[in-house]
Design a protein. Structure first.
Ligand code: AMP
Length: 510
């Protein structure tokens, strides 16, 4: 088998690592430009040329509509999803609906799925690794946010396959981070992984005992990350510029992109310093000449005030994760900080406040997830013989169930159930002379199916015609280690059976 990489396919940045077979240690592979992380940005020019990473990021100033970033927030979502509708207003590029109603992007008139955009990032990483290692890269273990649903996982897998990678496994980012930090535990421990990246916040509580890592609960916010912090700073800069010059930069994508760049680097600087200055020359042009933005002092306190609400948003998922796992802060033994945003002092303070321990950062927070994915790749492929065979027990990110009378959602396997899992529930016919039942499968937490994700359906026909409620149908859900759901419906009296393997709908199926 060729090389199998560990890849952290991030909202803002991606990172890859590989295990050195002689030492069993994971190491980060830099990209062709020598960077240890690669911006998840893809640029398209009119001739069809594609650029990835920092090169694409640099062209964004001139071509904001042709430079696609942050597609991880769109992947596997419907166009009508309120989150997509909200995001669209903030993005400088065009978000559209594909013919099947899924969120997609349009560049130079061409509609592309988020998976296709991501595949360019993955291919770039694959090719960089091959150039460096002098060997073909065969596959990857790719990480996903802990509570990505089945569709988002499937689309991430599709992105890998499109890039020519065999996706050996998708693992949850916090689980990967925990693997990278330490996993030869001699005593049982509860570990909180607090992961604040560019676009998502995940908090996961893990239990480690006898080389078994069990995810007790996962919670988070798909729409909370460094990008939100940057947007608030951009908005403040826009207002300051308006006050200084009387010119509103709304509707000027080039200027807004420069503000975003400046906001991000200001935020990073303020993780180290108490204050910094901002100078952006030629930010806008007027008939009277060019206009510049100059802020001699921008303080850490000002930044913390601007993002106070976002910092507060970190609290509820921490509390929910503790509640779901049946733990209190006293039961937590250690906290691992992951994601570039955990370098911000105010974020670290919140993590400690909500989880009761100062966060440890034994591995670089930007690289921990990729390193853990590389270790998992090594376990899956059995490359290093002396590698401890850590058994990864994962949990279901969203409840699985079926539609019942009145559009209600009846849960068969609740979220946070350790997978693989199996559950059977018996349902009765709902009207007289009913000879078939349609079993519609959904995933989510809403009490009615309208609020949940449709995964597919199967029909059990040939039921004995009888009075409502007198014919019973046993519905069995089995979810395997890769998160693929197998559904069986059986009528015990006649032994009639219908089966389906439900894969989430892909971009090409409605
Ligand atoms: P990740 O998704 O883990 O790559 O995290 C990316 C996010 O971390 C972006 O929003 C970055 O602006 C942010 N970030 C990276 N380094 C720092 C830093 N030193 N201080 C504050 N935020 C940072």
């Amino acid at each position: 088998m060729g090389i199998v990489l560990g890849i952290d396919l991030g909202t803002t940045n991606s990172c890859m690592a590989v295990v050195d077979p002689s030492t069993g240690q994971a190491r980060v592979l830099p990209n062709r430009e020598g960077e240890r992380t690669t911006p998840s940005v893809v640029g398209f020019d009119a001739s069809g040329k594609v650029t990835v990473g920092s090169t694409a990021h640099r062209q964004a100033v001139l071509h904001p509509r042709e430079t696609i970033f942050g597609v991880k927030r769109l992947i596997g979502r419907r166009f009508s999803d309120p989150a997509v509708q909200k995001l669209m207003k903030l993005l400088p590029y065009e978000v559209v609906s594909d013919p099947a109603g899924n969120a997609a992007v349009r560049v130079h008139g061409q509609v592309m799925s988020p998976a296709e955009v991501s595949s360019h990032v993955l291919r770039c990483l694959k090719e960089s690794a091959e150039a460096q290692l002098g060997q073909p890269v065969e596959g990857a273990v790719i990480t996903v946010p802990a509570y990505f649903d089945e569709v988002q996982r499937q689309e991430t897998k599709a992105a890998g396959q499109r890039a020519g990678l065999t996706v050996h496994r998708l693992i949850n980012e916090p689980t990967a981070a925990m693997l990278a930090s330490r996993f030869d535990e001699s005593r049982p421990e509860n570990i909180a992984v607090f992961d604040l990246g560019g676009g998502t916040f995940d908090i996961s509580l893990l239990h480690v005992e006898d080389e078994v890592v069990q995810v007790l609960s996962t919670c988070g916010d798909n729409f909370l990350g460094g990008d939100n912090f940057d947007e608030l700073v951009v908005e403040a800069l826009r207002r300051i510029f308006l006050k200084q010059t009387g010119v509103d930069l709304t509707g000027n994508p080039e200027a807004l992109w420069r503000l975003k760049d400046s906001a991000e680097s200001t935020k990073r600087t303020l993780s180290e310093l108490d204050q910094t200055s901002i100078d952006l020359a030629y930010l806008a042009a007027t008939p009277q000449g060019p206009l510049h933005l100059s802020i001699p002092s921008f303080s850490r306190t000002l930044l913390e005030n601007l993002v106070a609400r976002e910092l507060e948003r970190l609290r509820a998922p921490c509390e929910q994760a503790l509640q779901d796992a049946g733990l209190t802060v006293k039961d937590i033994h250690r906290v691992i900080l992951v994601g570039g945003m955990t370098r911000m002092p105010a974020v670290r303070t919140r993590a400690e406040q909500y989880l009761g321990h100062p966060g440890e950062r034994s591995v670089n927070p930007d690289e921990a997830v990729a390193m853990g994915a590389a270790l998992e790749a090594d376990i899956v492929t059995g490359t290093s013989p002396e590698m401890p065979k850590v058994l990864l027990l994962d949990v279901l990110s969203r409840s699985l169930g079926i539609r019942t009378e009145g559009g209600r959602f009846s849960v068969l396997i609740p979220r946070n159930t350790t997978i693989p899992a199996r559950e059977t529930k018996v349902f009765a016919t709902t009207f007289d002379q009913q000879t078939h039942v349609d079993i519609e499968v959904y995933q989510g937490e809403a009490p009615t199916v309208d609020g949940n994700r449709y995964l597919g359906e199967l029909q059990l026909a040939g039921l004995p015609a009888a009075a409502a409620g007198s014919v019973r149908v046993a519905v069995d859900f089995t979810i395997d280690a890769d998160g693929i759901l197998h559904v069986t419906a059986r009528e015990p009296a006649t032994g009639r059976k219908a089966e389906a393997t439900l894969r989430p709908p892909t971009a090409s199926s409605p």
